[in-house]
Design a protein around this ligand. Structure first.
Ligand code: BGC
Length: 532
C-alpha cells in the first residue's frame, strides 16, 4: 500500500502544527480496542483449555487423560493433543492469511472500513464460539476471530500512525502493545472467575466476553473519521484536507498536507511494493524485520501466554492456583510494558534487548533445573516452595520480555523501513509474526511432552542466539528521525553498510531514475546509487 500512511512523520526534521484533539483521543480508544481484542484472544484459550467442562465437551480424550492423573500418564503429556492445539493455533493461521486481503482493503477501501470488517469478523466469531455445540463450530469461530486479528492488526496500527501527531506517534506505538497485554490480563481474570461457575457453562462466558472489545472496535470504527492519508491516496483531496484540519485542530495544515501529497505521489510510483522490498538496498531492514518476528516468538513467550494455566496444572498446581498464577503473570506483563514506554527513548532499544536477554536466559535455565529435578513423568505435585519459585522465575522472564521483545519486536520494523517499502514491510512483519505464533501454538504442548523440562533449555538457547544477533547486527535507532535511517544508521553500520555501498551502480539507477521517478540522490530513506 502507499507509504503515504506514514507521511505525518517529520520527513525532513520539520514538525507540523498539531494539537491533541478529541478526535485523536477517540483514535487512542480505537487502538485500545483493537489491541484488547488481539490480547483477549491470546489469553483466553489457555484458561478454557484447562477447564474440565470444556475438555469434557470438546476434547474427551484429553479430559480422560487429565482425570487419570500422573499415575497413568506422563505429567508432561497430559495435554498433548493436536486438536486441542488446533483450537489455539487456527486463529493465527487464519490471521496470517487474512493480512494479505487486509493489505488490499486498507489500500482500496480505506482504514476505517477495514477496521469495520475486522469488528464484524470478531462479532460473528465470538457468537459461534460462545454458542459452540461441536468442535467444528468452535474451530470455525476461532478462524473468524483470526480473520478479525489479520484485518485489525494491519489497519489499526496504520490508522494510529496516520492520525497521531508526530510528537506522540512513538508512544502510541507501544500503547498498542500495552493494550494487547491488558487484553491478555482481562482474559486471565475472566477465566479465573468463570472457572468457578458450576453448571459447565463458564467457558462459554469466557469466550463470549470477547464480544465486549469486539463491539467496542465495531462501534469505534463507525464513529471515527477516515485518515487524511487514505483519503488523499484514493483521490479525495478536499475531504482529506478538511479532515486534516479537524484532527490537527488548526487551519495551518498546508505544510503537512503538501508532505502528504508528495509521499502519496512517490509511494504510488512504486508499482510493486513487495518486489521492491526484495531489492538489495532494502535487505538490511527486511532481514531485521523478519528476524525480529521469528526471535520474538522463539523467546517462548506464547508458550506462557497461551498455556500458562495448562503449564501450571502440569506442574501439579490445582485448577484455581493455575488460573490465579496466570493472572499474576498477566499483571507483570502489563506493568513491565509501562517500563518500556518510559525507557525506550532514554536508554535505547539495544540496552533493553540485551539486558532482557540476560534476564530471560537466567530465568529459563533456573526453571529448567527445578523442573528437571522435581517434576518427573509420574511425580506428584511440586512442593509449595518450589512452586512459588517457578512462578517467580516465570514472572522474571515475562517482565524482561514485556520491556524488550514484546513492544520492540513491533516498534523497530515500523521505524526502520524507508517510506517506499514501509507498508509492504508492515504486511511481511505481521505475517511472519503470526506464522511463528501459529507454529508455537501448534507445537508447544507436543514439545513439552517430548522435550519435558528441556523445552526451557530450547527457548533459552534461542534467547542466546537472538542476544548475539542484537549485539552484532541490530543498530540503535533511538532518537533517529525516521527518514534519516539510511544515512545515519545503515550507512554507518559495520555490516549493513555493504548493502548501501556506492560502488555498484545498478543500471536502473544509472540514469538517476528509480521506478520511474527522478531521483535527487538522497530521497526518503534510500540511496539511489546502491546496487540491487
Ligand atoms: C506478541 C504476542 C504476545 C504478546 C504478549 C506481543 O508482542 O506479538 O505474540 O502474545 O506480545 O504480551
Amino acid at each position: 500500500m502507499a507509504g503515504g500512511g506514514f507521511a505525518t512523520a517529520t520527513a525532513n526534521g520539520v514538525e507540523f502544527e498539531a494539537k491533541i484533539t478529541p478526535i485523536v483521543i477517540i483514535s487512542c480508544i480505537m487502538a485500545a480496542t483493537g489491541g484488547l481484542m488481539f490480547g483477549y484472544d491470546v489469553g483466553v484459550s489457555g484458561g478454557v483449555t484447562s477447564m474440565p467442562d470444556f475438555l469434557k465437551k470438546f476434547f474427551p480424550v484429553v479430559h480422560r487423560k487429565v482425570e487419570a492423573g500422573a499415575d497413568k500418564n506422563s505429567n508432561y503429556c497430559k495435554y498433548d493433543n493436536q486438536g486441542l492445539q488446533l483450537f489455539t493455533s487456527s486463529l493465527y493461521l487464519a490471521g496470517l492469511t487474512a493480512t494479505f486481503f487486509a493489505s488490499y482493503t486498507t489500500r482500496t477501501l480505506g482504514r476505517r472500513p477495514t477496521m469495520l470488517i475486522a469488528g464484524v469478523f470478531f462479532i460473528i466469531g465470538v457468537v459461534l464460539n460462545a454458542a459452540a455445540q461441536d468442535l467444528a463450530m468452535l474451530i470455525a469461530g476461532r478462524i473468524l476471530l483470526g480473520c478479525g486479528v489479520g484485518f485489525a492488526n494491519q489497519a489499526v496500527p496504520l490508522f494510529l500512525s496516520e492520525i497521531a501527531p508526530t510528537k506522540i506517534r512513538g508512544g502510541l506505538n507501544i500503547l498498542f502493545q500495552l493494550n494487547v497485554t491488558i487484553g491478555i490480563l482481562f482474559a486471565n481474570l475472566v477465566n479465573y472467575g468463570t472457572a468457578k461457575i458450576k453448571g459447565g457453562w463458564g467457558w462459554r462466558l469466557s469466550l463470549g466476553l470477547a464480544g465486549v472489545p469486539a463491539l467496542l472496535l465495531t462501534v469505534g470504527a463507525l464513529l471515527v473519521t477516515e485518515t487524511p492519508n487514505s483519503l488523499v491516496e484514493r483521490g479525495r483531496l478536499d475531504e482529506g484536507k478538511a479532515v486534516l484540519r479537524k484532527i490537527r485542530g488548526t487551519d495551518n495544515v498546508e505544510p503537512e498536507f503538501a508532505d502528504l501529497l508528495e509521499a502519496s505521489r512517490l509511494a504510488k510510483e512504486v508499482k510493486h511494493p513487495f518486489r521492491n522490498l526484495l531489492q538489495r538496498r532494502n535487505r538490511p531492514q527486511l532481514v531485521i524485520a523478519v528476524a525480529l518476528q521469528i526471535f520474538q516468538q522463539c523467546t517462548g513467550i506464547n508458550a506462557i501466554m497461551f498455556y500458562a494455566p495448562v503449564l501450571f496444572s502440569t506442574l501439579g498446581f490445582g485448577n484455581d492456583a493455575a488460573l490465579y498464577s496466570a493472572v499474576v503473570t498477566g499483571a507483570v506483563n502489563v506493568l513491565s510494558t509501562v517500563v518500556s514506554i518510559y525507557s525506550v527513548d532514554k536508554v535505547g532499544r539495544r540496552v533493553l534487548l540485551l539486558e532482557a536477554g540476560v534476564q530471560m536466559f537466567f530465568s529459563q535455565v533456573v526453571i529448567a533445573i527445578i523442573l528437571g529435578i522435581k517434576v518427573t513423568d509420574h511425580s506428584q505435585n511440586l512442593s509449595k516452595g518450589f512452586a512459588i519459585l517457578v512462578v517467580v522465575m516465570i514472572c522474571t522472564y515475562v517482565a524482561a520480555f514485556a520491556w524488550s521483545w514484546g513492544p520492540l519486536g513491533w516498534l523497530i520494523p515500523s521505524e526502520t523501513f524507508p517510506l517506499e517499502t514501509r507498508s509492504a514491510g508492515q504486511s511481511v512483519t505481521v505475517c511472519v509474526n503470526l506464522l511463528f505464533t501459529f507454529i508455537i501454538a501448534q507445537a508447544f504442548l507436543s514439545m513439552l511432552c517430548h522435550f519435558k523440562f528441556g523445552i526451557f533449555i530450547f527457548f533459552s538457547s534461542w534467547v542466546l542466539v537472538m542476544s548475539f544477533f542484537v549485539m552484532f547486527l541490530l543498530p540503535e535507532t533511538k532518537n533517529i528521525p525516521i527518514e534519516e535511517m539510511t544515512e545515519r544508521v545503515w550507512k554507518k553500520h559495520w555490516f549493513w553498510a555493504r548493502f548501501m555501498d556506492d560502488h555498484h551502480d545498478d543500471q536502473v539507477f544509472a540514469s538517476g531514475h528509480v521506478n520511474g521517478k527522478k531521483s535527487n540522490g538522497k530521497s526518503n530513506g534510500f540511496d539511489p546509487s546502491t546496487r540491487l
